[in-house]
Design a protein around this ligand. Sequence first.
Ligand SMILES: [Zn+2]
Length: 265
Amino acid sequence: MKEFKSQREKIKYYHSLAGGRKMEAFQEMVCESETIAFLGGAGVSTESGIPDFRSKGGLYRKKDRRFAGYRPEYLLSSDCLFKRPEVFFSYFRQNLDCRTVEPNDAHRVLSKMEADGKLSGIVTQNIDGLHQKAGSRRVYEIHGSALRSYCVSCRTQYGPDYIFENPDPIPRCPACGKMIRPDVTLYGESLPHPAYDNAVNLMNTSNMLIIGGTSLAVGSAAQLAHLFHGKYLVIINKGPTKMEGKADLVFHESIGEVLTGLYGE
Ligand SMILES: [Zn+2]
């Protein structure tokens, strides 16, 4: 690999690369790095057909008269879950059922990298379980998973069907009769500790970080990204992101295509 006198010089050099040379540089970084982490957001799953929250065509811009008058942040908040559970579950069932969605190239390449010993772990903001479906094992879901649910009273854990297939407006625990809720972090709730602690540890111990499919607009992802002090930072996101000035390489392209170009068969 090239050696540089300063971080500024290094970034200036890498930012001057384009096309095949840029991809080669990415491949060299991956080859050289012993511990690589991936931090991903909604953009990783949009290529599987899951809408993200904020972009054009995203969940937040969807018009539905049943939910008119409610802000999307409210519909996915703990306030809504506990004060207007019928509204919450109606919205959640309609918009967050990801049980039949399939992983895409980005998920598949990341799973292969882990199997080959090249990837130490994945931190995801997504709640769709697609990394695990693609075969990834070390996945830290900092916003939980829509594929898990649990009883708010006795804490018995259930699968997603208890919410999505339940004919009752509010799903109830067969064991105690109280409400079953999705195991996701709602607005107004704190992040799940073990997942977040693992994510912090991964950021602290990796020498390369690939950030994909997130604009780093959500506080938790941005905070995690700032904990990374390893050698190489690469960002892949269709739109602009906050940390591009610090990244060695920035790809404003499809994450599935970039990762396949990096590590495809
Ligand atoms: Zn219960």
